[in-house]
Write a protein that binds this ligand. Sequence first.
Ligand SMILES: NC(=O)c1ccc[n+]([C@@H]2O[C@H](COP(=O)([O-])OP(=O)(O)OC[C@H]3O[C@@H](n4cnc5c(N)ncnc54)[C@H](OP(=O)(O)O)[C@@H]3O)[C@@H](O)[C@H]2O)c1
Length: 248
Amino acid sequence: MATFSMTSLNGKRIIVVGGSSGIGFGVAAAALESGAQVVIVGRSADKLKAAEQRLAGAGRVTGIAADMADEGDVARLFDAVGAFDHLVATAGTPPPNDPIGETDMHFVRQFVDGKLIGTVMLAKHAVRTLNKGGSITFTSGINKDRPPVPGGSVVSAIAGSFTYFARALALELAPTRVNIVSPGWVDTEMWDEIVGDAKAGYFDQMGARIPAGRVATPADVAPAYLYLMQSQFMTGETLHIDGGQRLV
Ligand SMILES: NC(=O)c1ccc[n+]([C@@H]2O[C@H](COP(=O)([O-])OP(=O)(O)OC[C@H]3O[C@@H](n4cnc5c(N)ncnc54)[C@H](OP(=O)(O)O)[C@@H]3O)[C@@H](O)[C@H]2O)c1
């Protein structure tokens, strides 16, 4: 008799929206290592092709270009994939960071469309073809717990809303499980886009403060996603994986 209960990912079909870069790339790599078949999704076909080559998943990785802010794209994505076992979404773009009095509403709407409305659309269309026993995992982040001041209010509100979206969906979609991963800072391409060459300095400072002693890599946070896919008893939960960053 088994001493613990975790389902295997071997042979499972997993969609990783955001899998061409950063945290999603790390999840795709870990899922492939666990024997899964992985579909990575992003807007740029070039980025997907490069990621497919880097992942070298022995024929088990496929890229599909889709914009999660576009419902037509999202519907076509799930039609193309057909039946699958787990949906992971890590996709996102750099958030608004202006003080509230200088907020660019066009940028905020774009960000909400991509991150929050896009997530709702993924859930809406995923349920058509998600296999029984499967799971959905979305991504929020440390900004809801340790908001940058000033400029963190919008991203904090959106990241915080994921927790409540997952709790309600976990009830509605049961026994399908719905969870959130909330990472601390992770060294990804997004940081290069936001702060460029200043990244090393920011990471050294944060690494010296947090209990883990350094900023995470995608490989550090990928196990949280794998755990939520595999544990049959985790649902409606927000799993923080931040090296203790919320404590400092
Ligand atoms: N890195 C961190 O420190 C950190 C910490 C906490 C939370 N997070 C959150 O985690 C998420 C991922 O961050 P990351 O650092 O992994 O970013 P990243 O390296 O920039 O990767 C983002 C991925 O999402 C895809 N993407 C973006 N917008 C999309 C859209 N509308 N439709 C489909 N795919 C889209 C990108 O591909 P395309 O550009 O080709 O679409 C790329 O594959 C973000 O929401 C971020 O806020 C990050």
